[in-house]
Design a protein. Structure first.
Length: 689
């Protein structure tokens, strides 16, 4: 953050310069209900077909023979299985038949075509049996197959819908109306009626209706729904607030700065929606695998049918062919990757990690270098008091109280930092006669004595010499690049204050956590070398690029990549955009109201650099789940298809369509449950899993 401008003169140029950061404005996004609708459709069809499948199974001769019971017979009982089975095929199987037709028409075979082929073959064989062409009892197998397929798709759509539900959860964060402040009091208005510049009253326990800036009042705001941070954040006049957050303990007045689709919440919704709608490399791989399995299944079925027909056993040929088609349905394989990605997106959104590009999330697992922008990322981007040195006869708390009294009426960033530090240590004293000393500092009367606070030019003008103790302290601070201000009373320096861009308390922990994972940490900044080196030494950073112009940041990324390093760039502003775009993974940190960082693949809603570690954790955990699911689904097909074809028939091992349907169901459920284990991943900053 820059501290230059009209206030710089107050402190005699004692400020350290910092590169400024801005942010883009969020554009809107709209939630969608597609996955929820699909889940409901599959759920309804599953329960209906399950109920209808029960009598079909009960009146199956094969089931009765296996279980040793005979169902009650009555006129027309022989039609129960054919009639209900036909309804199950036509109504319960319709989503698969329709999807299969669309895939065949577009010449893009996949899961739906395989499923529709399997249930169609089972239906034709069952109908042929009813009309006496075969002596095979397939109705119950068809019913079981459709029920299992509906169950599998319901599980998938429900899981994907839960991930997409992050959008609806975000939308639900906004209140229905707002309490707008008017000349005569307040009035309740809908959110659509709010305009930029309006002032709204947010009562204790109420949600902020729009992005804005506090004009009066102090409150602790619950921002967990936006940032994932569980602890309330203290806010007061001048601080920004985000729509959807909750004032937990007292009322505040907020001037609206963004409404509707320009709010941070709308931007977050849009990012989540884009991520869930985007296709990833892993997803494309699953689609290609499904297409391959279609040809594999069709070829295996043809070979199976031809072989058994040549052996003179048409019944076994049909039986084994159907079993091959059932086994080959790539339901589990198709579920393996998309479900993990969908869950990852939803889990990340609930933890303040907004995945804009799924490929970026997938690539994060292989990152070996994280390049942090310093100002506003590893540091807070605003000055803070870091050291106090008092002259003989003066204690630090008293010195700070006096300096805080002098600076109380100044709007300079350094003045605000001094006043804030003084308030932390006690009550700020009263002062009178405040005036700005252009280019030198400020002056006021405290406890009847004139006191001035300023930089080196203040001492030079008044011919004041530091004590050796103060001089040594100031030299040490300047070597770090800190701004040093002196406190002068009665013609003598009674102390000195050091102010620096405050390092975030979480930054060191973030660096250590990355080192534990074997990731190098590099820092880039436009600040002077001594300022950069001081921060790097404090945090244990591996390499530093200092005095880098904003337009040259992407060159540094390219240099690291030329060494063979896979780089994640972490920045917080518009002038980081080229570097964010060039990096293998661009991560925008501290989204606030600037969530529309178009050049970043991942946006962190909080300012906590430890969230970068959370992204890596999520990426690696998701990749492990993908591999586990692919191994299970593919391994199941590799083993089951030959068994279904009857390769072990000579030794008496045959896999019936019923067993094939059960195995397929188990495979799907195993994959779905394994993916759900991602929910146990703890992504809270500072927590390890």
């Amino acid at each position: 953050m820059s501290t230059s401008g009209k206030h710089d003169g107050e402190h005699g140029g004692a400020t350290a310069s910092h590169g400024g950061h801005g942010g883009g404005k969020a554009s809107g996004g709209h939630g969608h209900h597609g996955h929820g609708d699909h889940a409901a459709m599959f759920r309804d069809r599953f329960w209906v077909t399950l109920v209808l499948a029960v009598p079909v199974i009960i009146y199956s001769e094969m089931i009765g023979m296996w279980l040793g019971f005979m169902p009650p017979m009555f006129p027309g009982s022989g039609l129960i299985a054919p009639v209900l089975g036909t309804f199950i095929f036509a109504w319960g199987g319709w989503p698969f038949l329709k999807g299969g037709f669309e895939e065949a028409k577009s010449l893009q075979p996949g899961m739906m075509l395989l499923i529709s082929m399997a249930i169609t073959v089972a239906f034709v064989a069952s109908a042929a049996t009813t009309f006496g062409f075969f002596d095979l009892d397939f109705w119950w197998e068809l019913a079981l197959l459709v029920v299992i397929m509906l169950l599998g798709h319901w599980l998938e759509m429900r899981a994907v819908g839960q991930a997409s539900g992050a959008l609806e959860a975000l939308a639900a964060l906004l209140p229905d109306d707002a309490e707008r402040v008017t000349d005569s009091g307040t009035e309740n208005v809908s959110l659509d009626e709010l305009r930029v510049g309006d002032v709204v009253l947010v009562r204790s326990g109420a949600r902020v209706p729009a992005d804005g800036e506090i004009t009066s009042g102090e409150a602790e705001l619950d921002e967990s729904m936006i940032t994932g941070e569980s602890r309330p954040v203290a806010k007061s006049a001048g601080d920004r607030v985000v729509a959807g957050t909750v004032a937990t303990d007292s009322a505040i007045r907020v001037e609206v700065t963004a409404v509707g689709e320009d709010t941070a919440l709308s931007g977050i919704r849009r990012l989540v929606e884009e991520a869930q709608g985007s296709r990833s490399r892993a997803q494309a791989l699953a689609d290609r695998a499904a297409a391959f399995l279609f040809y594999f299944a069709a070829g295996a079925a043809l070979i199976t049918f031809s072989t058994w027909l040549a052996l003179g056993d048409p019944g076994q040929a049909i039986n084994n062919t159907i079993t091959v088609l059932v086994i080959s349905c790539p339901h589990a394989l198709g579920l393996a990757i998309p479900l993990v990605i969908a869950l990852s997106t939803g889990i990340s959104a609930r933890n303040g990690i907004l995945v804009k590009d799924r490929l970026a999330l997938e690539r994060t697992r292989s990152i070996d270098t994280v390049l942090f922008d310093k100002t506003g990322t590893l540091t807070k981007g605003e000055p803070a008091l870091t050291n106090v040195a008092a002259a003989d006869g003066m204690d630090e708390d008293t010195l700070l109280a006096i300096a805080g009294a002098v600076e109380a009426d100044s709007e300079h960033p350094l003045a605000r930092a001094i006043v804030a530090a003084a308030k932390e240590r006690g009550e700020v004293r009263g002062a009178t006669g405040f005036r700005s000393l252009t280019g030198r500092g400020v002056e006021a009367v405290v406890d009847g004595a004139k006191v001035a606070v300023g930089g080196p030019s203040l001492l030079r003008e008044r011919g004041i010499e530091d004590s050796e103790e103060l001089r040594d302290a100031v030299e040490k601070w300047k070597a770090r690049g800190a701004a040093a201000l002196h406190v002068v009373r009665g013609g003598a320096a009674i102390g000195a204050l050091a102010l620096e861009d405050e390092v975030r308390p979480e930054s060191k922990e973030a660096v250590e956590a990355l080192h534990e994972r074997g990731v190098r940490v590099v820092m880039i900044t436009g600040d002077a070398r001594q300022v950069a080196d001081a921060v790097a030494d404090d945090l244990g950073i591996d390499e530093v690029f200092a005095e880098v112009l904003p337009e040259d940041k992407d060159r540094v990324v390219a240099e690291l990549q030329s060494r063979g390093e896979r780089v994640a760039m972490v920045g917080d502003g518009v002038n980081d955009a080229p570097a964010l775009a060039r990096a293998d993974v661009g991560i925008a940190i501290g989204a606030g109201t600037d969530v529309a960082m178009e050049s970043a693949g991942v946006v962190l809603a909080s300012n906590d650099p430890r969230s970068v570690v959370s992204v890596i954790k999520l990426s690696k955990a998701g990749y492990r789940k993908m591999l586990q699911n692919l191994f299970w689904a593919a391994g199941y097909n590799v083993v089951a298809v030959p068994l279904a074809a009857g390769v072990l028939a000579p030794v008496g091992i045959l896999l019936s369509p019923a067993v094939g349907a059960v195995l397929m169901s188990l495979s799907t459920i195993v994959v779905a449950l394994n993916a759900q284990l991602l929910r146990t991943l703890d992504l809270r900053p500072g927590e390890d899993s």
